[in-house]
Design a protein. Structure first.
Length: 324
């Protein structure tokens, strides 16, 4: 709880600093001139993106033999996204699998790989966009730093894949976790069930092992981020600007990578600041305009997800659960 509180304090401090140093009045003036028609379009695209992401998860679940009605899956997906985005370093991601078990009876250890492979596919798609940007955008000044960040993520992805497909690596990782956190009551209770859970996890994860399936998942994830790029591009149109779509996508990719690395909830603050600086640098915009674009774009991204997710989280908390 203390860590979460500190994370939010840091996040909103960064947001406040961004707004203050970018000139509050200039940001407000830029937002006031935005075309509401395009903003409505950005909202529609934002909602469509969430539905598209939920459909991707349904597809991933179906590939490991788990099915449920779309309304149920969407409510679980949004509640899970809410928890993920209000916890540091997206540590709340497994809550989605827990809630799916409560709602449908699908075993936690068997459905968790769907969330893991989704996150891996997202990272691969984002890294792909970032690499294209590094090669195509000559004016980007931090290529060496970004390359180091990408290598770090690539190593993380490799570890996740090894743990997912190879049971012996999963057991090594679980052994380390129990050794470090074994004194915690909730962790120690899992020790007795760990072997069975690892076996279930690896069995489900290996169902994603076909090359064709992995390519389809990657393409689906890439499309998800292309839609998110359209959301931000539409916000630019609302401000009367027509930037390079590639630059918009590149800034999204970099801000997401830095946001996750910052471990702040939903990348709040860190992603906003990075986006504003890069829009200003790459598009030669005043910092106030760049900050306004970053903040408004996030309204139709992270904040839309949090608001809708909070509704479904509250609703799921008040409904009876399946205790299978």
């Amino acid at each position: 709880m203390l860590l979460k509180a500190v994370s939010f304090v840091i996040s909103f401090s960064i947001l406040a600093a961004l707004i203050y140093f970018s000139d509050v009045g200039a940001i407000a003036a830029a937002v006031a001139k935005a075309d509401p028609t395009f903003l409505a379009g950005a909202l529609a695209l934002g909602i469509s993106s969430l539905v598209f992401r939920a459909l991707r998860w349904r597809y991933l679940l179906a590939k490991i033999g788990i099915t449920a009605g779309f309304s149920t899956l969407f409510s679980v997906f949004m509640a899970g996204m809410f928890v993920s985005n209000v916890t540091p370093a997206k540590a709340g991601d497994p809550y989605r699998s827990y809630l799916l078990k409560q709602k449908t009876g699908a075993k936690f250890s068997e459905n968790l790989p769907s969330v893991v492979i989704e996150r891996v596919a997202d990272l691969v798609a984002i890294i792909t966009i970032a690499l294209v940007g590094i090669l195509s955008i000559a004016s980007f000044p931090y290529k060496d730093i970004l390359a180091i960040v990408i290598v770090g993520y690539a190593i993380t992805i490799l570890v996740v894949i090894l743990v997912g497909f190879k049971e012996k690596y999963a057991k090594i990782l679980s052994g380390i976790i129990f050794k470090v956190f074994g004194a915690l009551p909730r962790i120690s209770k899992l020790r007795e069930r760990a072997e069975g859970m690892i076996s279930d996890f690896n069995t489900s994860f290996r169902k994603y092992g076909k090359t064709q399936l992995l390519f389809i998942i990657f393409l689906w994830s890439l499309c998800v981020w292309l839609v998110d790029g359209l959301i931000v591009y539409t916000v630019f149109l609302a401000f009367g600007l027509q930037p390079s779509y590639l630059i918009v996508l590149f800034v999204i990719a970099v801000s997401v990578l830095i946001g996750i690395a910052s471990s702040l909830p939903g990348g709040i603050g860190s992603s906003d600041a990075i986006s504003a600086v890069l829009y200003s640098t790459l598009l030669s915009l005043p910092l106030s305009t760049a900050a306004a674009l970053a903040l408004v774009s996030r309204l139709f991204g992270i904040w839309l997800t949090i608001v809708i997710g909070a509704f479904f989280f509250t609703r799921s908390s008040s409904q009876p659960r399946n205790e299978q």
